[in-house]
Design a binder for this molecule. Structure first.
Ligand code: ADP
Ligand code: MG
Ligand code: MG
Length: 892
């Protein structure tokens, strides 16, 4: 067995690929995303400074082995360094011809800024003096040197970065300049000395610098920032990071030098145009740190036309090679362009959709790939809140900044991450996190906040990247905003806003407002999304219906692409103010005549409701579920009634003439008490209610068919499907259906119109699923009510559990997923499978769908696809998401 290869040169990527049989994911796992792509760019002939990658395996061996390098590892680093020295014609630590390197973290999945990087390794006093002689540029050399000591001090030696920043600020003030790049050489030299004192223990031996930096990068895999980020982004903790050791190129050697970051397309809107930020005469993190005002990339075309043209060509080449939008780092050293990184770019949901669609239309990817590229949840952002135009009109606009992550957010200003998190999580406040700029250790606050506002930073700043990834509305680089961290206030447009004051930000256009604006959810009319969803519709097998109780919901659902209604809950209609007294009367009375009269008064209301739904769904099926909840829900509670009774008695004692009312309340109380059930969710509801109170369901069926006949006369095409809930035994369905279908036939005979209809049932009790074969004899369709089916299969009451022990179960990993959010495949899912098989064995053309909450959950939708259901039904707002999820399930 040959010795382990811990180190791969950038020119050895083919070897790594071979090891994984050409599987690029394997290469990324071994070399990290950054290392793999540096190798790939080298192979493509893109100019990359020479270097090599220490593998993630070495990292894991190091971390798992009491923080020592595995045998042979460091020797391989030295050999690889030697190869780089030869290629560059320079020597590491040699003052005559010094090679400097960077030591860069890089895990399989990009975690921007979460781990550490040290630049300019290899400098000490002698090497610096030599390099100054060689380049004739002392300012550049001591600028690089102070950066090394600063980064080494904070990354390796653990000194807080502020300590160094304070020194820089002091010197800037003394010299009267605004930026570090204006500091003169002697001053930089003094700063280096001061930094070395502050850092304490800065090693002068370049090899020692490199070794310690490599170890620090390995260790940063387990740093708090990195762990928090992985938890939030769902990245496993056992991957480790690679370390890339790479020849330094210098963007800080003068005004013919620059450094920048850029995307091959616009990451906010998706527009097919490269965009980015750069700085002349700067290095490394300067661009993303937001300390100096960056220039938009287009200006590079004026500043350095040749470099701009080369960069644009490489960007487009890399995008074609990876068939994905790229996020790149580049540096220009004295008129020579170098690429330092490329990766698939993070983007907003809007950009994700537009880029996928554009790339498919450009022929770069197929339509099916485009459909797979957008996550169903990203579609949600098109339905994201925006400010109401009226509310925006009257509001005080404080400033405008960069619109880096869309959506409207409203909250109280919090000036640090810990407070933002505490207010949001413990006090349930809506918070906007406000900072001069954000740093990787602010992520927990950013996640807890509704939105993010910073006074500095560009489109590719840390705040912008994180906000986009997690879908938080964000406005950054608001120059007019002055955040005073000491006073905990922010000043803007002549106003001072204290911590805790309400502000509103619009990440869609960059506006910042005073106070609390009202938000609304827009319509989905984005042309790219429409196209993508059309492509999704072409491949999906599942149909998508909506759960809608009112005509407005049905209309919205239809606009969003619903192909019918999977669930109308008729009881909602009973709660409306003018109807409730009639409903109560109907329940209270013991006289059949009075009940009939109350039902006759309810009939026109229900008929009108159904007419509206049928019109909105012209030509499409509409499932109407007959009354489901226990009747006590329509009556006042015993507690309220008792209180009312006491009040009345007191009034009577004072001489009030309320005897009549007292009798009424007493009767009501007696009736409510008589209806009491210990466990109403398992009590007289659903079909059981229909059987005990057949007049009620008969009235509902009459309303459905009268409405259907009426709109048919208008020319509307109706397909009513009558759904009987909570069936557990075939006989329940049999008696209820016979009764109701007779009523339906009678209505159609009276009206002289035949409509096509179906009778079917919910499957929401395990017994129904287990006896689906029998039940299908009387049901023309099944609809899985997975909320109740989950409750009854687990024996868990949803309402109680989700705020109780279930929280703990999920936290402790006793349950991996909340079964009320994602279908429990092994339990509930197994029962569903039995029901589908049993039902279809009896009735091959049985229509089967799902109308529980799970119908809008992408993972549950994938399961429904596997089960071969005919459709999923979900809230109108989830319909576009379901269309995409169903397509992805079909393509997988
Ligand atoms: P991150 O993952 O946080 O972006 P990087 O390893 O990419 O960390 O490095 C941080 C910054 O330093 C980037 O701007 C990068 O371009 C720059 N940098 C890294 N290595 C070099 C190098 N060899 N020469 C010049 N700049 C470098
Ligand atoms: Mg970094
Ligand atoms: Mg980087």
């Amino acid at each position: 067995m040959s010795a382990t290869k811990w180190v791969y040169g950038f020119d050895e990527v083919a070897e790594a690929e071979q090891r994984y049989g050409g599987d690029w994911e394997g290469v990324r796992g071994l070399l990290g995303g950054k290392g793999a792509n540096l190798g790939e760019m080298t192979r493509l002939g893109v100019p990359v400074p020479p270097g090599f990658t220490v593998t993630t395996e070495a990292c894991l061996a190091y971390l798992g082995g009491d923080e020592t390098f595995p045998p042979g590892c460091w020797e391989q680093v030295e050999q690889a360094l030697h190869r780089v020295e030869k290629a560059a014609g320079k020597r590491f630590g040699d003052p005559q011809e010094p090679l400097l390197v960077s030591c860069r973290s890089g895990a399989k999945f990009s975690m921007p800024g979460m781990m550490d990087t040290v630049l300019n390794i290899g400098l000490n006093d002698e090497v610096a003096a030599g390099l100054a002689r060689l380049t004739g540029d002392e300012r550049f050399v001591y600028d690089s040197y102070r950066r090394l000591v600063q980064m080494f001090g904070s990354v390796v030696l653990g000194r807080p970065d502020e300590v160094f920043e304070e020194v820089l600020a002091k010197h800037r003030a003394e010299q009267g300049v605004a930026t570090d790049s204006e500091l003169a050489a002697p001053r930089l030299k003094a700063i280096v000395a001061e930094f070395r004192r502050l850092a304490g223990g800065f090693p002068t031996d370049p090899k020692e610098q490199l070794r310690l930096a490599t170890e620090a990068v390995f260790k940063s895999w387990n740093g708090k920032r990195a762990v928090d980020y992985r938890n939030a982004a769902g990245i496993p903790h056992d991957l480790g990071t690679a370390v890339n050791i790479q020849t330094m190129v210098f963007g800080n050697m003068g005004d013919d030098c620059a450094t920048g970051v850029a995307m091959s397309r616009n990451a906010t809107s998706g527009e097919p145009k490269i965009e980015g930020d750069y700085l002349i005469n700067a290095q490394g993190e300067d661009v993303v740190a937001g300390i100096r005002a960056t220039k938009p990339l287009e200006q590079l075309a004026g500043d350095m036309p040749e470099m701009y043209a080369q960069f644009a060509a490489i960007a487009s080449r890399l995008e074609k090679h990876y068939r994905e939008m790229q996020d790149m780092e580049f540096t220009v050293e004295r008129g020579k362009l170098w690429l330092l990184q490329t990766r698939n770019g993070k983007r907003t949901a809007q950009a994700a959709v537009r880029i996928a669609v554009d790339q498919a239309e450009e022929g770069l990817i197929t339509r099916q790939e485009a459909v797979m590229r957008v996550k169903p949840d990203q579609v949600d952002f098109f339905l994201h809140p925006q400010f109401r135009p009226e509310s925006r009109k009257g509001a005080v606009r404080l400033a405008n900044g960069l619109n880096v992550s869309p959506g409207a957010a409203v909250g109280v200003a919090a000036f640090d991450a810990d407070l933002a998190e505490r207010w949001a999580k413990q006090e349930g406040k809506q918070v906007i996190m406000v900072r001069p700029e954000t740093k990787p250790d602010d992520v927990h606050g950013m996640l807890a906040a509704e939105g993010i506002l910073t006074s500095r930073g560009g489109r590719t700043s840390h705040a912008a990247l994180v906000a986009r990834q997690f879908g938080k509305p964000a406005v950054v680089g608001v120059a007019a905003l002055e955040v005073d961290m000491a006073a905990r206030t922010m000043a803007v447009a002549g106003r001072v806003i204290a911590e805790g004051d309400w502000i509103s930000i619009d990440g869609t256009n960059g506006d910042v407002f005073l106070g609390r604006l009202e938000t609304m959810v827009p319509d989905i009319s984005d042309p790219w999304l429409m196209r993508l969803l059309t492509w999704a519709d072409e491949v999906r097998k599942l149909r998508v219906r909506a759960n809608a109780d009112y005509p407005v919901d049905a209309e919205r659902a239809r606009r969003y692409g619903a192909e019918g209604i999977g669930l109308t809950r008729t009881e909602h209609m009973f709660f409306e103010t003018e109807r409730l007294p009639i409903v109560q009367k109907m329940i209270m009375t013991t006289s059949p005549e009075e009940r009939a009269e109350a039902l006759a008064r309810l009939l026109p209301y229900q008929r009108a409701d159904f007419e509206g739904l049928f019109r909105a769904m012209d030509g499409l099926p509409v499932i109407i579920r007959l009354i489901d909840p226990p009747l006590h829900e329509f009556l006042p509670s015993t507690g309220d009634l008792t209180k009312r009774l006491i009040d009345l008695k007191v009034e009577e004692a004072r001489g009030g003439k309320v005897a009549g009312e007292i009798t009424e309340v007493e009767a009501l109380l007696a009736r409510v008490a008589s209806m009491h059930e210990a466990n109403p969710m398992l009590g007289t509801r659903g079909v059981r209610l229909g059987i005990t109170l057949p007049e009620l369901t008969r009235m509902q069926v009459r309303a459905i068919f009268e409405a259907a006949c009426a709109v048919t006369r208008e020319g509307v095409v109706v397909h009513p499907e009558v759904m009987i809930p909570l069936v557990s035994h075939v006989n329940e369905l049999k008696v209820q259906r016979e009764l109701l279908e007779a009523e339906a036939r009678q209505v159609m005979a009276e009206q002289g119109i035949e409509v096509k209809y179906l009778f079917g049932t919910m499957i929401e009790i395990p017994r129904a699923a287990l006896t689906a074969g029998e039940i299908a004899r009387y049901a023309e369709f099944f609809s899985f009510g997975t909320n109740d089916l989950t409750q009854t299969t687990f024996g868990i009451s949803r309402d109680d559990a989700e705020s109780g022990f279930l929280v703990r179960y999920l936290r402790d990993g006793i349950l991996e997923d909340n079964p009320f959010a994602t279908i429990d495949r092994n339990g509930v899912g197994r029962i569903m499978r039995l029901a589908v098989e049993g039902g279809r064995a009896t009735r091959p053309d049985l229509e089967v769908g799902i109308c529980g909450e799970h119908g809008g959950d992408p993972r549950s939708i994938a399961f429904c696809h596997e089960l071969g259901l005919d459709y999923v039904s979900c809230s109108p707002f989830r319909v576009p998401i379901a269309r995409l999820a169903a397509a992805q399930a079909a393509l997988q």
